[in-house]
Write a protein that binds this ligand. Sequence first.
Ligand code: PMP
Length: 421
Amino acid sequence: MSWHPHLWHPTTQVATSEPPLRAVRGRGALLELDDGRQLIDAISSWWVTLHGHAEPTIAAAVASQVTELEQVIFANFSHPQAEQLATSLSAASGLERLFFSDDGSTAVEVALKIAWQWWRNRGEDRPQWIAFDGAYHGDTFGAMAMGERSLFSAPFDPLLCPVARAPWPSTWWHDPLVAEKEEAALQALESLLERPTAAVILEPLVQGASGMAMVRPGFLQAVEQRVRQAGALLIADEVMTGFGRTGALFACRKAGIRPDLVALSKGLTGGFLPMGVTLASEQLYQGFISGDPTHTFFHGHSFTANPLGCAAANASLALLAGAPERYAGFEARHRPHLEALAADPRVERPRLCGTIAAFDLKVADPGYLNRSGRVLQRLALERGVFIRPLGQVVYLLPPLCLTDDQLAHCYGVIQEGLAAL
Ligand code: PMP
């Protein structure tokens, strides 16, 4: 393993990191390295690989689309794959309009820009954004502004627009304080909403990057009610939670909320191709239809609605529709393993939502730079499992194809790693 002379890897401090592993093949839940080793990809390669690597029906759909139409300018053209995807996602989400972009960050940017300009087109001044403590919405400027100010954003903080922030009452098994935390968060949100607010943005049910921080559905319903009372828009960032990750097709459905805008990416194409979409209500869409050219949504990416990405997404949605039990039943598969782990004195805050299982290592100095997770990561790697803890937060977010034996192996490796820590 060595560093390539011409590559620059994301979120990686070369001075203190191991060089990257070299992947040459992916099949199902497994990644194969150039030295022949096989690893279980227990975090779906940054939460994108939904069904498994090289899933054959998605591979075939992309291959067949490549020779039909690989790309077309979407400002002047439509195409059947985009139309099919818009129809399916609209039916599945209840939001009528779909705007394409390239990834999770741009899907969030588009949601923010639609929300902001919608109010402007109506001639209303609503200068405030509200987001939650611990939020992460992407690495571009608008998305970064919505995210909690952190190590990641620090060099850019002076450039980020102001965002009001409400507490996120994250919870775990046997959390005695959850109701109190929720009440305090709602009170704080209510007082923030006294100012004219364009939109409130949240990651429904699970905040991903801040450490798989889970909230109860009832809290999100109460948030929605406060947002509606204040007349603000609600944006759900389902970039991580979408497509079955929380046990339902969309976390918003599971939580019982109906946002005005939803950002999707990651699992959208089954993890095959980069693509983002922003779903919007018909009411928002209509706010841009006008004889006045300044009411136009002037936003567009070169690869908008790339037909290969759309073909992959249509094939992925068909897989989800054909076997919903694969995501709906994953929580029950995690549960006995997580229960066993939770008995370990080094484990705290066990939590579970659909396909996502997480816990914290008991440490004195929690945070992203805490090394305990890194040590566990190295131990797991030696036993053939790839995990990527967030500081002291250890989680599994595997592809849906993971077998029972592979799941048991992941938990076994973590248990052994705990003992060796
Ligand atoms: N929103 C959420 C909730 C995410 O988890 C992420 C990525 N981890 C993003 C947005 C940004 O997505 P991308 O990395 O594809 O730009």
